[in-house]
Design a protein around this ligand. Structure first.
Ligand code: ZN
Length: 91
């Protein structure tokens, strides 16, 4: 099941805490194939660590699912593109 979070930081952070082994697609508010980045839900670059006091779901949209395949399917159907893997959490 894919869940989309836009202007909903609380919902997004709740999801990542409940699904620490899930996946998060970071994309523009109006998603395009030029910016689709796939993260593990516990990636520090999209989490609530001290360096991230800003908002998570206002400049960008977060799309969450329990499998990478679901998010790739979402990216393909919405934008025609393929998400690239974040360099910080896919090492
Ligand atoms: Zn990442």
């Amino acid at each position: 099941m894919v869940e989309e979070f836009l202007d909903d930081d609380t919902g997004y952070l709740t999801w990542t805490r409940r699904h620490p082994r899930g996946f998060v697609l970071n994309c523009a508010r109006n998603p395009g194939d030029d910016y689709l980045v796939l993260h593990h839900a516990d990636c520090y670059t999209i989490g609530d660590g001290p360096a991230h006091s800003r908002s998570w779901t206002t400049s960008y949209q977060k799309v969450c699912a329990n499998s990478e395949a679901e998010l790739q399917e979402w990216a393909r159907s919405r934008t025609g593109g393929t998400a690239s893997r974040c360099g910080a959490c896919w090492t």
